[in-house]
Design a protein around this ligand. Structure first.
Ligand code: URA
Length: 249
């Protein structure tokens, strides 16, 4: 027997959290009945599970992509205002018949590394605060943060939703193309609050001018060009599983 939300996640319907929402919305039926909102167990071999009338079958082979998300592209599966989404960015060839969804979020004005998959269990863990998956960003900020500013960021800064956990922060190097008046920082956080890096840097007096994610857990963006995507290699998929303590496939 298996929890219904886990079964739905493993089947590639949605992340576990989103599966709970689907169950609560009444879209999911088990043997034709609407189950109670939480805690229902199903037998994957015996029970018939449907979502909006369509039968759900556990998928065995998942798909894992890395996208270098451009600025202006929205991290959602479907945008109500019909703006370009990360699914549009990978197109039919990227989807290859799978129901992919983004793992976590990048703001519209942030570019960089975003994983797309139909592996709900992996996605659930990669975005769950318990697993403290490292997210690496390169931020260009206005001005020149002092040693004290960097130290505050490392120790944690007070935001309106609480103090941030310790972060890695360093000046990423001098880029002559940037000219004076800007600084490039490398920031690694293990939380995933809304617009967290922008808010952290703003809290120490430095407005973010551009933000790019360059690392996610064991993955690095590398030379993947903005707007391009690629299928993750076997070693990368294994490393992602190990990072959140799942036996690799
Ligand atoms: N922090 C931000 O401010 N924005 C992102 O997109 C990700 C992290």
């Amino acid at each position: 027997m298996e929890r219904l939300n886990r079964f739905l996640a493993r089947s590639g319907v949605a992340s576990r959290r989103r599966a709970d929402e689907l169950i609560a919305s009444g879209s999911v039926r088990v043997n034709g009945e609407v189950p109670p909102p939480s805690g229902v167990l199903v037998d994957p071999d015996q029970d018939t599970v449907t979502v909006d009338g369509r039968a759900v079958k556990p998928r065995t082979k998942h798909r894992y992509l890395m996208l270098n998300k451009p600025v202006g592209v929205i991290t959602t599966a479907k945008d109500e205002a019909d703006r370009a989404t990360v699914l549009d960015a990978v197109g039919e060839e990227g989807l290859s018949g799978h129901r992919l969804f983004p793992v976590g979020r990048l703001d519209a004005d942030t570019s960089g590394l975003l994983v797309l998959t139909d592996d709900g269990e992996l996605a659930f863990r990669l975005t769950h605060p318990r697993y403290k998956v490292a997210k690496e960003y390169v931020a260009i900020v206005a001005g020149s943060p002092s040693a004290g500013d960097l130290d505050s960021l490392r120790k944690g800064v007070d935001l309106d939703d609480g103090k941030t956990a310790p972060a890695e922060v360093e000046v990423a190097g001098f880029d002559p193309a940037l000219g004076s008046g800007h600084t490039e920082l490398r920031v690694v956080i293990r939380e995933g609050r809304h617009r967290q890096v922008r808010r952290m840097l703003h809290a120490v007096g430095h407005k973010v001018q551009s933000l790019r994610r360059t690392g996610f857990g064991p993955l690095k963006l590398g030379r993947l060009k903005t707007g391009d995507w690629r299928v993750l290699g076997e070693a990368e998929v294994e490393a992602l599983h190990r990072a959140v303590r799942i036996e690799p496939p």
